[in-house]
Write a protein that binds this ligand. Sequence first.
Ligand code: ADP
Ligand code: ZN
Ligand code: ZN
Length: 753
Amino acid sequence: MTKDIYADVIVNISVDSLDKAYQYKIPDGIREKVKVGQAVMIPFGVSDRMIKGYVIRISDKPEYDVSRIKSISGLCKKTLDTSERMLQLAAFMKNRYQCTMNEAIKTVMPVKSKVKTVKKKSVVLKLDKEKARAVFLELNSKKNAAARARLLKCLIDSENGILDYNYIKNEENIGPSTFNSLERDGIIAVEAEDVFRNPKMDYGSWGRNVILNEKQQEIADDITGEYEKGIRREYLIHGITGSGKTEVYMAVMEKVIGLGYQVIVLIPEIALTYQTSGRFYKRFGGRVSILNSKMSAGERYDQYMRAKNGDVDVIIGPRSALFAPFERLGLIIIDEEHESGYVSETIPRYSAVCVAGELARLSGASLILGSATPSIETYYRTSEDYKGDKPVKLYRLDIRGGNSRLPNIHVADMREEFKNKNYSIISTGLRDAIGDRLRKNEQVMLFLNRRGFSGFISCRNCGEVVKCPHCDVSLTLHYGHNRKKLVCHYCGYERDMVTTCEKCGSKYIGTFGTGTQKIESMVKEMFPEARVLRMDADTTTGKDGYVNVLESFGAHEADILIGTQMIIKGHDFPLVTLVGIVAADMTLNMSDYRAAERTFQTLVQAAGRAGRGNRPGDVYIQTYNPDHYAVTASVKQDYGEFFNKEINYRRLLSYPPVSGIMSIMTASSKEAYAKKIIDDVARNTLLYFKGNDAAKVIGPAPHFLAKICDSYRFVLYVKCGDDKLLYRLRDMIVEYLDVMYEKKRFDVWIDVD
Ligand code: ADP
Ligand code: ZN
Ligand code: ZN
């Protein structure tokens, strides 16, 4: 008798209390088929209801009394299997992001279920046309053979005796029995083949093969040289927009593919469909595939299977394309690595840059990050100060690849405009420039920095923003029980709403808000003859919404494009010679320590949109903070200057990446209970860090949304230079709360970084 074997199965239920593996016996009939990563059906709980699960380990040792171990019911046919590597990655994510294993597995499987493959059916004539004609004449003289005769006639008349099944069926009104009968007699055959549903692709006008310039070649050679030596690591290509980073990626990819490996290229969702992917198609042809959320389930499944079967070498897509099922993954590229879209908004809230690092490590692949404005976190890892693991090798590309030039950047001080009685949101300089472009029949982009409408308070006369005296982030307006108050999201500091500016005494003070619609109507009023397009979440619903707007603008069907973040992401419009950044410092006032970073990135990226063709471009930055280093550095397009100032600021206030930061939030319907728990956590945290001066504990304080749906929330922040200490503390807190408090009566969220 063969020995029994057992599988540890993760059940498909995302509940903390079930977040562990359950052991099941593998029945003899499917022993060969059950591998790690296999989706199976299992009886679960007292009622033995059937649910789905994934096998994560196989062994021959039962962990319980054998008589109590249930058996797997069978393989789950509709669900795709995953691989051992993806399960390891899921385990990393579970650990890192505090989600359940089931949530992590769902994330690493962007395509979970099988979608019926589309078959293309054809009808093929099996006789030569001479014989077929004889059969036709015979059928034609019979009484009940009209349909068969019709079908045969069509085949005889066709060029090569093959017709599309569906076409002929509908067009000639021919039923299945007719096909069957002729097939039985050996006169025709109905043949089916799989067709892959390929997403609509615009090959565009790309494809001229570029000869790398000296600097580009140097970088490509260095990376491929290391690659051939077996070195795998992380690289950052810091290159201004248009400096040819994509050309370098493609050169390295060519080499890596030549060595028999596969490549994943992540680009921001918004940059995907329009132009970028076309370049990759032109270079690598049909061995390239795309995965994104705009594709239909069938399209996604087909591309996923092509990747799994090894039919493609390159997968391009946003964040989730990271989980393409490649067996020979050799390289991951993340373009515009600073993009906030690489951080998931749903649980687990993972960062694709971080997870890609782990996936590269697990797969023995290298990782290339690229950006004109690298995230402070990534850039810090290239610096000599950085002592942690995963250092990053830095390359620089400082000149534009083609012959386009960097634009002239002008700063419009909105405080001056206000003093000069221009109360509009468009400065005089920008208005004149728009008029000028309209006369020259050139195009204009007006960009509104929409993120950061978080209710901060500023003065329209001098631009002063009301900030927290402890945290240096803007205070947020809240409507309390019967009075307005200003609150700090970090430490809970509170004060009454102000009515006059503390700096200049002006009473023009309040929340600052403006939307794309408002700008649109204002622009139309100023320039009635201009053709204006607006692109934001409202105007771009539907599968191809934003593509249509961009295509229309690209075809010069409009003079002015107004939009939010979306319009500045990597699109090339040669006729755009003017970019106006309407409220440049909006993000500067976000109550987030990354405010300056976001602002700098946005300004540099937006400026990069002007003058990409042969005509020089102009950029107007409208701001209330012309002296802020995020603004001055972006005017000079000087990343180094910005980084140095910013990293000092982070060091001074112990913010990441210099210091790790952890937030702990408790919530309960009983205010006192939530408070008691957070106080307890705070006390223990202080004990944990006793004698460690590098750690700081801030709070506890009521959360900035102190009461939601009758649930009271409190937060505590912990800052510490050593991430590992924070992760250990997190695990200890989770365990402690589990033992000490009643799970049903409260919720807790812990977030590192
Ligand atoms: P990035 O990815 O850094 O924004 P791209 O690779 O998109 O830059 O390059 C911008 C433009 O310059 C593209 O049209 C590209 O084909 C062109 N380009 C880049 N490098 C060269 C080169 N060495 N010779 C000619 N054109 C180049
Ligand atoms: Zn003021
Ligand atoms: Zn504060």
